[in-house]
Design a protein around this ligand. Structure first.
Ligand code: NAG
Ligand code: NAG
Ligand code: NAG
Length: 360
């Protein structure tokens, strides 16, 4: 985070705002709930537009990763000419990175490679030069970026990409960018992507916005959301048809499990859970909750109604899910996580003061 970004957060933490969380998301109201002016117009000039790019991330037969960048306005032409991409016979994933994030960073590449290994055409957004400004300005330009991506997807569908073969995944700000891209695709073609996945969609500046101004459950035929820092850099409200609240949705367990990792660490953990969920389709098992408040307090250990994070999600079983994880990589807990006695914070905490007498 830039120095100005830190100042901004400090300013907002010390100022009250008009945002009142609805009872269904529970309290607190969360970090930087709203940002005046964020819905105002924004645009990208013709000289900067070529910096907005799509990265083709592919794996060669020998397992080597090869990347190639295409400027957004002509990306569809370049990709259609690229003999290493096959929109007709393969599924396509388009992953949108977040604030201060890049397609070059190892976590973006890890997610891309997980899909490439499974035979997908893999596209990753390159938005780094646009999402560097103070955060609320990045939010404002995010809407424009999303629309540009939507236009790009429209061009691809006109050239043979079927919306049923398209999966959009977005991290943080990138989740809302994908929401805008999907909305544009639908507005123009009447088709929705097969799936839209939000990885800890950004909360700051978005909490008070209406569904048209952020990722929404109707943006894809299937929409799933993973919440890992919902009152900090993420968002508490449901934006999907299936919403997973990892370890309650707010703080993720750290290396020492009773000390959770904090805001940024919990936020970016969403990418690691997703990467591993793609690698291990039925290992991240969530259990259904009655409310977000129940997920917050880990009161969902019914064990009857479960769902999987990742490719195996059952979208016929929509709802709120509490997702238990391990505190260490690769994080998944499988069926062990479904036992209430294994809940990560309480199971560790109960041993700490287990002895009846404590002498020092
Ligand atoms: C917003 O920006 C777009 C693109 O530059 C422009 O066409 C439109 O007229 C602008 N709208 C307003 C209200 O300024
Ligand atoms: C889980 O069980 C509790 C009590 O055992 C019940 O109140 C609650 O409705 C159940 N939740 C779901 C989602 O089935
Ligand atoms: C998801 O499952 C479908 C159907 O089994 C399969 O075609 C696709 O390759 C899977 N995708 C991933 C990322 O595992």
């Amino acid at each position: 985070m830039t120095f100005r970004g830190v100042l901004f957060i400090m300013f907002y933490l010390t100022h009250t705002s008009g945002f009142e969380p609805r009872p269904d998301i529970g309290s607190p109201s969360g970090l930087v709930p709203d940002c005046p002016g964020v819905m105002k117009n924004a645009s990208i000039g013709s000289t900067t537009l070529p910096l907005l790019q799509i990265t083709l991330h592919r794996m060669t037969r020998s397992g080597q990763i090869v990347r190639k960048n295409y400027p957004i306005s002509t990306a569809h032409l370049g990709l259609l000419r690229d003999k290493n991409i096959d929109f007709k016979n393969k599924r396509t994933v388009f992953y949108a990175v977040g604030f201060l994030d890049s397609s070059l960073f190892p976590h973006s590449q890890a997610i891309g490679t997980a899909y490439a290994k499974r035979g997908y055409n893999v596209l990753i957004s390159e938005t780094f030069p646009f999402l560097l400004d103070i955060y609320p300005k990045s939010v404002r330009i995010g809407r424009v970026i999303g629309r540009k991506f939507g236009e790009f997807l429209v061009k691809l569908t006109l050239q043979g990409l079927r919306a049923e073969d398209l999966e959009l995944v977005g991290m943080s700000l990138g989740a809302h960018i994908q929401g805008f891209a999907a909305k544009h695709l639908y507005a123009v073609t009447g088709k929705k992507p097969f799936r839209v996945t939000g990885l800890d969609p950004a909360g700051p500046c978005y909490r008070g916005l209406p569904p048209e101004e952020k990722l929404a459950p109707t943006d894809g035929t299937r929409v799933d959301v993973l919440h890992t820092n919902m009152d900090g850099f993420g968002i508490a409200e449901r934006l999907g048809q299936v919403d997973f609240y990892a370890n309650g949705g707010e703080f993720q367990p750290g290396d020492i499990p009773y000390i959770p990792c904090l805001i940024l660490c919990s936020h970016i953990r969403a990418m690691f859970y997703w990467w591993q969920a793609i690698e291990h389709p039925k290992k991240f098992i969530g259990m259904k909750c009655d409310s977000i408040q129940a997920a917050r307090s880990a009161k969902c250990y019914n064990n009857s109604d479960i769902n999987y994070l990742g490719n195996a999600t059952d979208f016929n079983n929509k709802g709120i899910y509490y997702l238990p994880t391990h505190n260490e990589f690769p994080y998944y807990r499988g069926k062990d996580g479904l036992k209430a006695e294994n809940e990560i914070y309480t199971s560790v905490a109960k041993y700490i003061n287990a002895e009846d007498d404590f002498r020092v």
